[in-house]
Design a protein around this ligand. Sequence first.
Ligand code: HAM
Length: 416
Amino acid sequence: MSITAIRGFNDILPTQSEAFRLIEEEARRVFTSYGYSEIRIPVMEKTALFSRSIGETTDIVEKEMYTFTDRRGDSVTLRPEGTAPVVRAFIENRLYNGLPVTKLFYTGSMFRYERPQKGRYRQFYQIGAEVLGEASPKVDAEVLEMLMGLFKGLGVSEATLEINSLGDARCRPAYRKRLLGFLESKKAKLCNNCVRRINENPLRALDCKNPGCVEATSGAPTIIDSLCDECRGHFESVKASLETMGIEYRVNPRMVRGLDYYSRTSFEITAAGLGSQNAVAAGGRYDTLVKELGGPDTPCIGFAIGVERVALLIKERAQKSSPLVVFIAMGTEAEKRSLNIIKTLREKKMKVVADYGTGSLKSRMKRAHRMGAAFTIILGEDELKEGVVTVKDMEKGVQEKLSPESIVERRISQWA
Ligand code: HAM
């Protein structure tokens, strides 16, 4: 039997990679315009980095990490996310000694042993951005504006932003106690997993998808009602800035997120048309993580985008974004003449494939169709005599004769 890929590890085939490229290019452009610089982090880290930052009692650390011992016997883990490695790099390279605020972005694959389904894989790609060293609620709003702007630019129109505040070390302990009291009274209805970790991490019960837990926690006290004055003030300020910027949002007081490092603002963006795995990006503040990992007190905020999910949404648009032109030259003289035209078109950033078929024009047109041509340019004897080429729009089925100079000058979308 032939060897297949590992379950949940996918090939990104040419039909999808165009969407990946578009998303990455647009993200790079947008993030750079907000002053972010790229960081490339390793795919593997010491296991302790993730268990300490994401939280021992989260699903990710409990059951989803690709952890193994290397040849020296050290425990290493394929990164399940990028925030902890960025913070580790920030501390290790003393990036806090440079700029007052450090803005970083990264792209790459993450690894989580989850049950694969549409939009959920074991190796998946994220684009993430992190702001380290800024406490102002204005930056929370700016981060959200940047993210929503990116989705708009990519043509993901039906994206919904949900926000919540998770409080901080001052107000969360009291909320935990209230929630724990409530959950104790509903213990009989909770799943075994939630009952097991109810004491260490009662907030996880709000994130559990088990129908019994969803029902049992429907009347649970919300963190929003337990915020201290500082956290409330921060949250109100973020909301006011979003309103000033004209960014629509919904407060979801039950959103707790699957990682323990968050404090204050947390958020998730969902999009229509993806089924159950509909979160296209998520993130929030993690004001204590840098200190907890041995660095100076540094308030931070960031997010990560799920590239596969966004790619599913923009697939069609991506395929149309750089239409393929197939050039059919009929005969030796036309082939010679075509070389220069093709070269110039490519220099104008058009995607041109020279067809080296030998059959009739009809059979070569069929080949061009099978190659996925959006346009075909034909240079035959007649065209040579007239000093023109024939441009055919394959979808509309219409064609016109144009001079080589004018096809170079006109954008493809204006042809035919
Ligand atoms: P996360 O919510 O775990 O956050 O993941 C962010 C996004 O990655 C999700 O909204 C989803 O689009 C995508 N994603 C997660 N798991 C999978 C999977 N198994 N298959 C496909 N896509 C997936 C984080 O990772 C945080 N590090 C975000 C962050 C950055 N917070 C602060 N800074």
